[in-house]
Ligand binder design. Structure first.
Ligand SMILES: Cc1cc2nc3c(=O)[nH]c(=O)nc-3n(C[C@H](O)[C@H](O)[C@H](O)COP(=O)(O)O)c2cc1C
Length: 426
């Protein structure tokens, strides 16, 4: 059976895991020393050979992204670390930064050396003051110890708290002081990113995975995971489970296996639906318990691995209510730049709200799907696409539950309004 494989999370249970001393006790900053003695191109090749893929959602090969940065162009290059983590259900980067901020600092040093950058910016969401303080302390300690400031600088930038600022080009606009809205591509950030200079944008977990790869080698990393999805990753398990939290395992573990490790669905209840990669990835049901949670396995089963945010819902949850709540989030977070997303998410909420209250008609389901069709692939960035995922997938798997709202004239899970209450304790 696939087991947990703590690499990033190996020492999270130690009281001082977040301090410089705690990090150095386990060989911290040795990988940076080793990488700085290597040719930058050799570091890029090593990361390419490891098979590391971006952990921010899309799974793009990290070494290949670094290799896109033009060399010998006499321009400043930048590394930008995406610590916005706003996808509903995703809670891996913040725990990582709380438990081990130095691994990110070390990853930044290695990545900057590889792409020949002198500056790294870490963009963190505004609400997580405690994480920002911890990260700032780690950066200050690294400067005081002479680890930073010798040709590589790291700056923490605290955003104002917007989901769209996790989208890499909106993030760059925000970092430059503009309103966070996505940019037209091309040019891609590797050519014209921060301040129109070649820029790599990577997720916190992607950069934090690099020191262990440098220390242990590409083959070691390749030996974990599946054919095309290598290494270990942090799965965040939340919702109706006995022991929610972060579980680090090789890519390809199944939800059934993770649930076993987490003590199962909360006692007395059974799995109804779940998200494999946050709320912008199509829902799965109990029929998908054995899908390998790697990029290919999840895609073949009709969803996306995304941020590996496994949100678990048991039979007491109204799927229409859950989807409405997510859709309200997307409507609120739509930046307004493009019409399909700005107007579309607004209409999705109106129709879903009526359906959830049992007020709509069956024709509204067709209208919802039609709206989704007009947003998917037509919005300026992937926020709009993501907003449609829970809707289309929930109608696919739970059409009967939508219809039950209509025939009942109310949400069947509402103990007051419904005569057919099917919720908890029914
Ligand atoms: C609406 C939206 C929000 C996103 N939020 C995040 C985020 O919070 N963190 C993140 O790393 N990537 C986020 N992404 C993905 C980034 O655009 C980008 O793909 C990622 O930071 C690249 O890093 P990686 O290659 O290491 O995965 C978001 C994308 C979209 C469309």
């Amino acid at each position: 059976m696939t087991k947990l494989a703590p690499v990033l999370s190996a020492h999270w249970d130690e009281k001082d895991s977040f301090t410089l001393e705690g990090y150095k006790r386990h060989g911290g900053y040795k990988a940076a020393e080793k990488a700085l003695a290597m040719d930058p191109d050799a570091v890029i090749q090593l990361v390419k050979d490891s098979g590391l893929r971006g952990r921010g959602g899309a799974g793009f090969p990290t070494g290949m992204k670094w290799g896109f940065i033009p060399q010998g162009d006499n321009k400043d290059h930048y590394l930008v670390v995406n610590a916005d983590e706003s996808e509903p259900g995703t809670c891996k980067d913040m725990p990582l930064l709380m438990a081990n901020p130095h691994v990110l600092v070390e990853g930044c040093i290695i990545a900057c050396h590889a792409i020949r950058a002198k500056h790294a910016f870490i963009y963190i969401r505004g609400e997580v003051t405690h994480v920002a303080r911890r990260m700032n302390q780690a950066i200050a300690d690294a400067y005081a110890a002479g680890i930073l400031g010798n040709g590589i600088d790291v700056v923490l930038h605290v955003g104002a708290g917007a989901y769209i600022c996790g989208e890499e080009t909106a993030l760059l606009d925000s970092l430059e002081g503009f309103r966070g809205q996505p940019r037209l591509r091309p040019p891609f950030p590797a050519i014209a990113g921060l301040y129109a200079r070649p820029t790599v944008v990577n997720n916190v977990e992607s950069i934090s995975a690099v020191p262990a790869i440098v220390m242990n080698g590409a083959e070691w990393y390749q030996s974990m995971g599946t054919e095309k999805s290598k290494g270990t990753t942090l799965y965040s398990l939340s919702g109706h489970v006995a022991n929610p939290g972060q579980f680090e395992a090789p890519l390809g573990i199944t939800l059934r296996e993770i649930l076993e490790l987490a003590g199962g669905v909360r006692p007395g209840h059974k799995l109804k639906f779940w998200t494999p990669g946050g709320s912008s990835t199509p829902l799965f049901t109990d029929a998908h318990l054995d899908v390998p949670l790697d990029y290919e396995g999840v895609a073949a089963a009709g969803s996306m691995l995304g941020t590996k945010a496994l949100q678990i819902f048991d039979e007491t949850t109204c799927v229409v209510r859950a989807v409405l709540r997510w859709t309200e989030f997307y409507k609120h977070e739509s930046c307004g730049k493009c019409t399909p997303c700005r107007e579309g998410t607004w209409w999705l909420v109106q129709i879903l709200r009526d359906l959830e209250e049992g007020k709509g008609t069956e024709a509204d389901l067709a209208k919802l799907l039609d709206l989704c069709d007009n947003i998917m692939g037509r919005s300026f960035c992937a926020l709009g696409d993501g907003a449609t995922s829970p809707i289309t997938s929930s109608i696919k798997y739970f059409r009967d539950e939508y219809i039950a709202h209509l025939t009942n004239g109310a949400c069947p899970f509402d103990p007051v309004a419904s005569t057919l209450f099917v919720g908890a304790g029914a």
